[in-house]
Design a binder for this molecule. Sequence first.
Ligand SMILES: Nc1ncnc2c1ncn2[C@@H]1O[C@H](COP(=O)(O)OP(=O)(O)OP(=O)(O)O)[C@@H](O)[C@H]1O
Length: 582
Amino acid sequence: MTTPEQPDPVRADAEKQQQAAMAVAAPAYVAACPGAGKTHVITNRHLQSPRRRLRKGRALISFTRVARDQMARRCRSAGRADLVQAPHFIGTLDSFLWEFLVKPRRAAQPTPRLLESWASLKAPVQGTDREINLHRFPMTIDPSYRKARETVAWDKLDYDTRQLIKDTSYSRAQWEKKIFETRKAWCDEGYLTGHEARVLALWNLRHAQTAAALLPPLLSRFAEVVVDEAQDCSAADLAILQLLHDAGLPQVLVGDPDQAIYAWRGAEPRALQSFAAQLSPAPHRLTGNWRSSPVICRLASTLRTGQRPPDTSVVRDDDVPVLVLPTRFADSGSRHLHAPTGAGIVDAFRTLAEEYAVPAKDCLVTAYKYATLPGITREKPNTKAITSLAWARTVTHTPSASGDDLARACAVAVRVLFGYWYPGETGGPDRIMARHRLSAEQVNRTAFAFLHSLPAPHREWGPQVWQAMKAWPALPGAAPQGGKGRPAGKPTVSRPQAATGIRTNIVHQLKGDEADGVLLLLPDSGSVQRWATADPATDEVLRVWYVAVTRARRLAAVALPDEESDQLARLLAERQVPFRVA
Ligand SMILES: Nc1ncnc2c1ncn2[C@@H]1O[C@H](COP(=O)(O)OP(=O)(O)OP(=O)(O)O)[C@@H](O)[C@H]1O
């Protein structure tokens, strides 16, 4: 470590790399390591814009609303609220495609509307022998055909949908036909999701007449477009970005291919490399990690492709070793036991973290799957209305619930209440609200109050919910018809969990997140074998583990089956990663 008077050469180098990336002229590709300060670089690039009103703006595009909000917040807190407004644009890729490449070509009526997913609507596939909502059928796009080819991703159906469809008398081809017909009916009503926005954006850019109408306003509005987390781009996203590049829209892509964890839903890390090479013959690299300790940088390097040396830890000199925790895993997330002490694994982690002065509130526990984690923390996407409602009720009683979860919980209650109050009314909640002049605030307040008032969910909860629905003061225009809209069945209720006081989430939800201490649960036998022998370039699971451990600032811990802990210890010793089996 250097004293305050001495310049710190490591930090100076990392700052130089960041400054080069902030200043590089578009088109360019910036390849960043974990904790490289991508958001810092992108927002600072934007903050360098002169204060006078510019004729052209910059679009900052991310994949998540969290990243979008973070960038907008940073501009505002730097006193530059102007950078959040037109001609600039800060938003998700879905909303960018929608705003500039789809909506301008849609008829004004019915009002075009971008949905987060078809789950926002009650949109059962019509004309089959099963009632299954459209959102349960994930779709893929193959952009290599001139008219981008869409298919239902039958191999990606979740378990519940596979069960529902098992004994159907309709063939896949018949289902597919009905799925696309139902989808078309909703599109004709003005509704689209990100998937349809991509299909239409591609179509619009590939046809001379539509492209001639859309491109000039886009090119005159934006001096450049910056795409964050570019490793998450699907083949269709890259095809669209390529067409925009060919049309002369300067782009800066910022990404970390080692953190590509969305190949399962169409991300194309290899296609990114070839597009990136067109943007900059040699990428601008950020190799300084501002987040993690040298030990964690070393651990991470064992989980990535190639023989690259560990990234440089810029601001930390902690030498807290990696904790290897021999564990007896159970079926239920809350019953995993720390083998040496018999304590719950999360409690054991907490005690060990405290030894290193890492408090529980600054820790998080993560795993590949929700099922491995203790606590109920998510809305299961494909469940009965009554189970979704039980989840939503739990969220309103969880003090640490995220804003996103609260918004989703309210949306669940709105769907249920509207189904009862406005039976038979067509269109999504937004149409019903417009028809009865209901404000979003009024509706959300009602939904939240209703949810909060419900008793704690249990197996026989349905009748109590129904009583509460009937008794709740209805919104204007409500016209219930008997039992229509009554949520049927019994909720699937998770067992109440002892509060661990530690945040838990699956790795896919931790993008861009960080914590002082991170515990990664690896319950599957064979994990160490995989760690030692699989290639992260082709094995996404290793990249998921890579993302998990690189969230940690000071302490990374790995819980794995008791009998595999020695094997991991040997692997870490071989790769010179300081560790402690505890
Ligand atoms: N120049 C800097 N000076 C001080 N802190 C910095 C600087 N750059 C980044 N950081 C800090 O380093 C941490 C990591 O930055 P950030 O979250 O932007 O990284 P990232 O590149 O998005 O990482 P990942 O891809 O792993 O999520 C943050 O806590 C951030 O505040």
